[in-house]
Design a protein around this ligand. Structure first.
Ligand SMILES: [Zn+2]
Length: 322
């Protein structure tokens, strides 16, 4: 998408109610894009049908609109680089896998999770990728990998040939980082055995195709970024800039997640809460607004100079007090 003006995005998964922690990241992504005059793209990451909750997408869009956020392209309004739901973009992920296989940067894998866990030397790699893959199928001829899968009654997954590539990158918030350390990029999964493209692949294919030049997301995804940068390189695509923002924690220091039952925007709306109070509170938690002062998103935008947003952001994890 060369030639497009600068573009930001927010890419939520419709897996449950949208909570205040999600709202904080969405607000920062929107503010970063709008402060530099970028288009803002909304993309729904609904690849994992087993985790997608019916009705969650519609509620999510209503929650974002209630906050005051707007977007130029998205599943509800279309746009030039759609579709804007990952479940409708599978052919693109398959095409990327074909290209990576042809370039020798991907390989089929017949291992079960349990086999990977048993064979792995380290108990867990960084991030949510599970145990580091020991390279079993990469050393076997393809026919033998297929025979292993057939014998076990399994379908083949596809893995990236990571080659332990060490990736440093300049994060807008954290500075120069190397989240995977000296072990470098692992042989992470590109497509699961059930045929569903992995997050790492889908997000790279989509951000590139949608011309996104700055990705703002929670810093729980820092370990994913070297993997994604390695994928951009392998696919010959330009990588965007990244800004990983601190997450909102509960009073016990735990990341807000469904199981800790943080307040959802749906519940706040139903209670008649004013969005200005939440927006002001979230912006204050990021060090971008005085405490105890309501704000419309427009007020934040008026008060934000694009080049000062990341330097002004409070890098400490913020705490949500009930
Ligand atoms: Zn394998």
């Amino acid at each position: 998408m060369a030639g497009l003006a600068s573009r930001g995005r927010y890419a939520p998964s419709p897996t449950g109610r949208f909570h205040v922690g999600n709202a904080r990241t969405a607000l920062l992504a929107w503010l970063a894009a709008r402060a530099r005059g970028s288009s803002f793209v909304l993309r729904v990451e609904d690849l994992d049908a087993g985790r997608t909750v019916p009705g969650a997408e519609a509620e999510l869009l209503a929650d974002l609109a209630w906050l005051g956020l707007d977007w130029d392209e998205g599943p509800d309004r279309g746009g030039p680089v759609g579709p804007y739901r990952q479940s409708e973009r599978r052919a693109r992920y398959d095409a990327a896998i074909v290209a990576l296989l042809a370039a020798g940067r991907a390989f089929p894998c017949a291992c079960s999770r349990a086999e990977v866990a048993r064979a792995a030397s380290a108990p867990h790699g960084p991030g949510d990728e599970g145990p580091r893959y020991p390279g079993t199928c990469r050393r076997l001829p393809p026919a033998e990998v297929e025979a292993r899968a057939r014998a076990a009654g399994r379908l083949l997954a596809i893995r990236f040939a990571g080659d332990g590539e060490r990736v440093f990158f300049p994060d807008e918030v954290h500075g120069l980082v190397d989240p995977l350390g000296p072990e470098g990029v692992d042989d992470f999964v590109l497509r699961r055995a059930d045929g569903v493209a992995a997050y790492q692949l889908a997000v790279v294919v989509d951000d590139a195709a949608m011309g996104i030049d700055e990705v703002v997301r929670g810093d729980d995804l820092l370990p994913s970024t070297p993997r994604q940068i390695a994928l951009y390189r392998a696919l010959g695509l330009p990588a965007p800039r990244f800004a990983h923002v601190p997450l909102l924690l509960d009073e016990g220091g735990e990341r807000l997640a469904k199981r800790t039952r943080p307040p959802s925007l749906g519940a706040l709306r139903e209670q008649g809460a004013a969005p200005e109070n939440l927006v002001g509170r979230l912006a204050a938690s990021a060090g971008l607004w005085p405490a105890d002062r309501p704000a419309r998103v427009r007020d934040l935008l008026d008060a934000t100079a694009a080049h000062l947003l990341w330097p002004s952001l409070d890098r400490r994890p913020a705490v949500w007090r009930r």
